[in-house]
Design a protein around this ligand. Structure first.
Ligand code: NAD
Ligand code: UDP
Length: 324
């Protein structure tokens, strides 16, 4: 049997973090979930609260904290554009000071630490699909920079702690991920379209809807993250994790409307500044080194996500910011 570990998940109450905590608790590990609940709520981990190998700490990762752990998954950071732009300075602090705090902890404890980086480090990419070797085209002074540059700086810190201090680090670059338990008011495209279609409200298409994204189902993504943590120590990364099947935003809207059987009309709104025009991961590295690739097709994943949205009362969710 694999050794049981003490594992910290920062941002552990969020959309991805809560699923990761569930998987780790089910494996018997001693799991500490740390979150300030900016873009999440306790109800995401309510099923874990009674478990003896689960502990919940309300804490802001920009502040130091002393815990004794064997592994750290660093997921704490708002991920939806409307929410990370609400307080951009805090977003940058969360990425940078959060990275410094978890790296300091990893150095002190001799822990392995994984950073949840993002496809946003590629900005509005001129290379398509995006391999890890592509250095990106990020506008450093635009409205998305607090997130994109914060995550880029965090990658820098991870690599420097690795090279200078020998910390055992892992970096994954996550592409658009969706699924049950996404915050219904996170303002991201999948949650917006499903919420709007279910309520018969207009579907908000930013720009002409020809921009593309590649959508990965939550459980596929979590599987990739877990494999990365357990990979041989030479695989520091970054490693892209995402579903390489690309869709335009209009195609996504059509699928959501069809699956819900909704008659919502399409409402075109201005494209936000610096909105990437295309995005598709090159996952050759994940395939060859992790033996990982997504298994859930968009249609199947949307069906599961829609079923979850139908099963919850949206009035029980507090919008984290007015931007959704
Ligand atoms: P999420 O917003 O649901 O989760 C983030 C969690 O971090 C929330 O629970 C939030 O309350 C918490 N948090 C935010 N600031 C914090 C702080 N200062 N201290 C402590 N906790 C804080 O988003 P998610 O989709 O679950 O994303 C998780 C991670 O994965 C993020 O780091 C995000 O950047 C990364 N990521 C996600 C996607 C995606 O498509 N879901 C894509 C790329 C990268
Ligand atoms: N988008 C949209 N309508 C919405 C929300 C988003 O057309 O209600 C578009 C957005 O402009 C972007 C894409 O959908 O081109 C994905 O947006 P999201 O916020 O989900 O994530 P991003 O990949 O931009 O960080």
């Amino acid at each position: 049997m694999a050794a049981l570990k003490r594992i910290l998940v920062t941002g552990g109450a969020g959309f991805l973090g809560s699923r990761l905590c569930e998987r780790l608790v089910a494996s018997g590990h001693d799991v500490i979930c740390l979150d300030n609940f900016f873009t999440s709520q306790k109800s995401n981990v309510v099923s874990l609260l009674a478990r003896p190998n689960f502990e919940l700490i309300r804490h802001d990762i920009t502040l130091p904290i002393f815990l004794e752990v064997d592994e750290i998954y660093n997921l704490a950071c708002p991920a939806a554009p409307g929410h990370y732009q609400y307080n951009p300075i805090k977003t940058m602090k969360t990425s940078v000071m959060g990275a410094i705090n978890v790296l300091g902890m990893a150095k002190r404890c001799g822990a392995k630490v994984l950073q949840a980086s993002t496809s946003e480090v590629y900005g509005d990419p001129e290379v398509h699909p995006q391999p890890e070797s592509y250095r990106g085209a990020v506008n450093p002074i635009g409205p998305r920079a607090c997130y994109d540059e914060g995550k880029r700086a965090a990658e820098t810190l991870f690599m420097d702690y690795h090279r200078r201090n020998g910390v055992n680090v892992r970096i994954v670059r996550i592409f658009n991920t969706y699924g049950p338990n996404m915050h219904p008011f996170d303002g991201r495209v999948v949650s917006n379209f499903i919420r709007q279609a279910l309520r018969g409200e207009p579907i908000t298409i930013f720009g002409d809807g020809s921009q593309s994204r590649s959508f990965c189902y939550r459980d596929d993504l979590i599987d990739g993250i877990l494999r990365m943590m357990d990979a041989p120590d030479d695989l520091v990364g970054p490693v892209n994790l995402g579903n390489p099947v690309e869709f335009s935003i209009l195609e996504l809207a059509e699928q959501v409307l069809e699956l819900i059987g909704s008659a919502s009309e399409l409402k075109y709104e201005p494209l936000p500044q610096d909105d990437p025009t295309q995005r598709q991961p090159d996952i050759s590295l994940a395939r060859s080194r992790l033996g990982w690739e997504p298994t859930v097709k968009l249609r199947e994943g949307l069906q599961k996500t829609i079923a979850w949205f139908r099963s919850v009362d949206l009035d029980h969710f507090r919008p984290p910011t007015p931007n959704y």
